[in-house]
Design a protein. Structure first.
Length: 264
């Protein structure tokens, strides 16, 4: 019965007001004394061996036959929570517990947010942003669901290039948290494999394209320089031996510091 109730609540989480185009989401129905989950907190993933016994017992009682697949620890407002992904066959559920094993909320494991129009945001949300983020412009809006709790995720653009934010509101249209848009995914690039890069195909946290060894501002930089296909600190293209015994400014500089093309 618990699963059916949760599924119905999830399906009814979003609805349109008949009088206008405002899209409303269900307010969180949480245990007394528990605040809304903060979707800005990505938490810390832990080994499954660290699932608290009280939570394991709760899952066995509430979701018999389900297998724990993932464990994430959160600390919000001084209280510790545990988020779990559980699965049974092809079905998956995200569940949030207190550290004492009390069920907070749950819902289907679905990473697809629902895109909504700016015009469908509640007036309270729009007014809050206008009053608290002067100079920012509404750019995008979605419904994000975390552990069965629904949130308005509003992207706003600031006057500076690095000012873009994601601001979250709960089903009561109350502000929950904000995060820099770039911080939400941990990087500012495409195909960033090791985190913190501002580039495409950045493997070691640099600001370039196809930078494999870190610190370069270039394309296909192998040893931390500012060039294309650099193997030894040069500022050139296809510099294989580091120009001037380290630092050529040419193309295809193989031996020393030539300022030419195809310098052998």
């Amino acid at each position: 019965m618990l699963l059916i109730t949760g599924a119905l609540a999830f399906a009814a989480a979003c609805s349109n007001d008949d009088d206008d185009n405002t899209l409303t989401i269900a307010p969180p129905q949480l245990p007394p004394g528990i605040a809304s989950f903060s979707p800005c907190d990505k938490g810390q993933e832990l080994p499954l061996a660290q699932v608290p016994a009280a939570i394991a017992d709760s899952i066995n009682n509430l979701f018999p036959g389900w297998k724990i697949d993932k464990l994430i620890q959160y600390t919000q407002n001084g209280q510790v929570f545990y988020g779990l992904e559980i699965e049974k066959g092809i079905d998956e559920i995200d569940i949030l517990f207190t550290d004492a094993g009390q069920l907070v909320s749950y819902g289907p494991d679905d990473d697809d947010d629902q895109q909504i129009s700016i015009g469908s945001l509640p007036a309270d949300v729009v007014t809050y942003i206008a009053n608290n983020y002067p100079g920012f412009v509404l750019d995008d809006a979605e419904i994000e669901i975390e552990y069965g709790q629904s949130f308005y995720e509003v992207e706003i653009k600031g006057p500076g290039t690095d000012d873009d934010l994601k601001v979250y509101f709960d089903g009561n249209n109350v502000y929950v948290c904000e995060v820099k848009k770039s911080d939400n995914s941990g990087s500012n690039d495409d195909d960033d494999d090791s985190g913190g890069g501002n580039d495409d195909d950045d493997d070691n946290g640099s600001n370039d394209d196809d930078d494999d060894n870190g610190g370069g501002n270039d394309d296909d930089d192998d040893n931390g320089s500012n060039d294309d296909d650099d193997n030894g600190g040069g500022n050139d293209d296809d510099d294989d031996n580091g120009g001037g015994t380290g630092g050529g400014n040419d193309d295809d500089d193989d031996d020393d510091d030539g300022n030419d093309d195809d310098d052998n």
